[in-house]
Design a binder for this molecule. Sequence first.
Ligand code: MF3
Ligand code: CO
Ligand code: CO
Length: 252
Amino acid sequence: MSKILIKTPKEIERIRDCGALVAETLERSGEMCKAGVSTQEIDDFVKEFTLKNGAIPACLGYRGYPKSVCTSVNEVVTHGIPGTYVLKDGDIINVDITSILNGYHADTSATFFVGKPKPNASELVETSRQCLFEGIKACEKTGARFSDIGAIISGITEEHGFSVVRDYCGHGIGRAFHEDPLVLHYRQMLPGPRIEQGMVFTIEPMINEGSYKTRTLPDGWTAVTTDGKLSAQWEHTIAITPHGAEILTLPR
Ligand code: MF3
Ligand code: CO
Ligand code: CO
C-alpha cells in the first residue's frame, strides 16, 4: 500500500530552503565540469560547500554509498561514484546533489557538457531536459495523475528515437530521502494516483541514446547502459501548491 505524505506549507518552506542550497551547489559543480578535473574534486567541493552551509550531504553513507554526490559520465545512467576519473572534452556528466537542511531533503541534478558537445550528445541532453520540464507541466493539469508524467516523457523521447530508463524513478521526498510514491518516467497501462496539493516529489527522467536497459557494475552502485551508449538526466524537486507545480530546487 502506498502512502503519499501531504506536506504543510511550513514543511514545503523547509524543503525550499534546502532546495536553494542544492541548486547553488549544483550550479557551482557545473562550473567545475571542465577537461582535466576529476570527479573526486567535484565530490570534495560538494561535501565542503554543503557542510559549510549547515547542511549534510544526504548521499554520504546512504545505504552504504561512499561519497557525497553522484557523478554519472557518458554511458553511466545514474549513481556514478566520484573517484579518479578525469573529465575530457566531449564527455557529458550528470551531477546529482541531495542535501539535508534542518531535517528536510532536496534533490536535484543536471547534465553538463565538458568542452564542445558532440551533436548526438546535445540532442540527448536537450531531450532529457525537455522531458523534465514537460513532466513538471503535466502535474499542473486539473485532475493530473502520476501516470501522466510517464506518458508525456515517453512521447517526447520516442519522437527523438531515444528510450526511457525503467529501472530507476522519481520519488516522494521530505524528512526521508525516498518516500512514496514511485514516479515512473515511462508509459503505464493503468492510471496512477492523483497528484494533489501538498505532495512533494522529484521528477528525474533518465533518457538513453540506445536501449533503455541498464546493468549495475560490481561496485554495487554504478548503473550503466547495457549497450554502452550515452544516457542523460535532469532532476528537480517539486511541490504541488495552490499556484501549481512549484520547482523547489532553484537558486535564490
Ligand atoms: N540522488 C539520487 C536520486 O535522485 C539518489 C542517490 S542515492 C546514492 O534519487 F546513495 F547513490 F547517493
Ligand atoms: Co537525485
Ligand atoms: Co531523486
